[in-house]
Design a protein around this ligand. Structure first.
Ligand code: NAD
Length: 491
């Protein structure tokens, strides 16, 4: 059954959507945003460039002295009010996220929106307990580290979890007293624009939270290379991450890069095979496989390989594919026609390169949603140098490998240069912990995949990122610059 669209969502989508700069709506030329579930036009959105970024940076700069001077508890109160207002509008936000990304409405309601909002509350509370002046015990000296916000922080986000990632990014920066300029993905900008409207309603001072929509090569590049942005954060592909790093490097601006992945799941012979196969099938269909950290390389102990494959195949075949807004949908479409071409292209190249398709993927027949960007889950097996085993596909496609011993499995995991997240599955927790320690990545999960909590650091290494990650006390401190204050004590 399709969800009925909230009246506020209908009204929001009825008019061209402006940027939000200095608390004011600002229009520029527009482009259409497509509903991936139907292929039809969903909204018309302003597309900005360097001029809008300049205005947004200036607005954020102007309010920075007042925002950063607020006592942390007053800022935290305003961020909690923002969270309250977002919660009040969570039904609309979930519908917009489902329409824009194509993701299952039940996932948007159950995870994306509530978990994103919780991030604002976590960092708001953290900021009231943080130590801004830390004494240093140094002989013959009175010294301390004084921590102060940077100023204007720039954020560029991808299209797969627009609202959650936006909250992960900006919450610690705002709570620490910085002001922000956000460039959401031009493919899925709707919830970020809706949140900007809510920020004004919730009483965030104008200029604290600015949103400019635009293409990466115009608005994105202008933000990343802006000389008055004091700190930059980028979430997206390694290819674009390199460009952001270069632009920030030229200005000597510190930069956080949260990039792609090719996560492995190492499954030992002592697990409940049906349960793990079901969970990994769920991980590869989650958000239609468009999840940076999900398990895409399934390394299965040879003793359970056939049973595992048979169960995973059964579960994947039963996955209900359909429009994001349909309540029965477990897996919506891919985000765009370009993404569908990419995913189908990878599977073809993989097969040409010798991979065997246990499940072929391909396009499903959905008469009621024929123009949406749907694909079916694919399951491939073959050699670990196959392109589908080496590169990030970003779709519902898993690559199976069998292993005999622990050492071989670990070296296979570490063969790739990605380093975002892997999991190990075993009833033997000593072994699981040993393997978890040796898999090179920002995150090693045991008997689960895709684990998130505030207070649990999340980030990547190597091709998957640099700069500290998100979601932890360290992230908060990343948004405060340290300044030492010292005085020699004379006799
Ligand atoms: P992308 O790198 O193509 O685009 C990300 C953002 O960068 C978009 O807003 C885009 O407009 C902008 N951009 C593009 N070119 C730019 C340029 N030259 N200068 C400045 N900005 C530019 O990524 P995508 O296709 O939107 O998202 C998918 C990628 O994101 C995958 O690799 C995925 O793994 C990664 N991702 C990583 C995480 C994480 O936490 N590590 C989370 C989600 C997604």
């Amino acid at each position: 059954m399709n969800n009925k669209l909230h009246k506020n969502v209908q009204d929001f989508l009825a008019k061209p959507l402006p940027h939000h700069i200095g608390g004011l709506a600002r229009m520029s030329s527009t482009e259409k945003v497509i509903n991936p579930s139907s292929g039809s036009v969903l909204a018309e959105v302003a597309m900005g460039g360097a001029a809008e970024i300049e205005l947004a940076v200036a607005a954020a700069e102007k309010v920075f002295p007042a925002w950063s001077a607020l006592p942390p508890k007053d800022r935290a109160l305003l961020l909690h009010r923002f969270a309250d207002a977002l919660e009040k509008h969570s039904e609309e936000l979930a519908q917009l996220e489902s329409l824009d990304v194509g993701k299952a409405i039940t996932a948007a309601e159950g995870f994306d929106i509530p978990f994103g909002i919780q991030c604002l509350r976590y960092f708001a509370d953290f900021s009231t307990r943080a130590q801004y002046s830390a004494p240093l015990e140094i002989k013959d000296m009175e010294a301390r580290v004084w921590r102060v916000p940077y100023g204007v922080c720039g954020f560029i986000f991808p299209w797969n979890f627009p609202f959650t990632l936006m909250c992960w990014g900006v919450a610690p920066a705002l709570a620490a007293g910085n002001t922000v300029v956000i460039k959401p993905s031009e493919v899925t900008p709707l919830t970020t624009l809706y949140a900007a409207q809510i920020a004004v309603e919730a009483g965030l001072p104008p200029g604290v939270f600015n949103v400019v929509v635009g293409n990466g090569s115009s608005a994105g590049a202008a933000l990343a290379s802006h000389p008055r942005v004091k700190r930059m954060s980028f979430t997206g592909s390694p290819e674009v991450g390199r460009k952001i790093g270069e632009a920030c490097g030229r200005n000597l601006v510190p930069c956080k890069l949260e990039l792609g992945g090719k996560g492995a799941a190492v499954v030992f012979e002592d697990v409940d095979v049906d349960s793990v196969a079901t969970q990994l099938a769920g991980a590869i269909t989650l958000n239609t496989g468009q999840v940076c950290c999900t398990a895409t390389r399934w390394m299965i102990h040879e003793k359970i390989y056939d049973r595992f494959v048979s169960k995973a195949t059964e579960v994947l075949k039963q996955t209900k594919i359909g429009p994001g807004m349909n309540r029965e949908t477990q897996m919506g479409p891919l985000v765009s026609e370009a993404q569908r071409k990419r995913v189908l292209g990878y599977i073809e190249r993989g097969k040409e390169g010798g991979a065997r398709a246990i499940l072929n993927g391909g396009m499903p027949s959905l008469p009621d949603a024929a123009n949406g960007f749907y694909v079916q889950p694919a399951l491939l097996e073959g050699s670990d140098d196959n392109v589908c085993c080496r590169e990030e596909i970003f779709g519902p496609c898993a690559f199976l490998l069998r292993f005999k011993d622990e050492e071989a499995a670990i070296s296979q995991v570490n063969k790739l240069h990605y380093g975002l997240a892997n999991s190990v599955w075993s009833a033997n927790l000593q072994r699981a912990n040993r393997v978890a320690e040796r898999m090179i990545a920002g995150n090693s999960w045991i008997n689960a995949h895709n684990i998130f909590a505030y207070g649990l650091p999340y980030g990547g290494v190597n091709l998957s990122g640099t700069g500290g990650g998100v979601n932890s006390p360290d992230t908060f401190h990343d948004y405060l610059r340290p300044q030492t204050i010292a005085r020699p004590l004379s006799e």
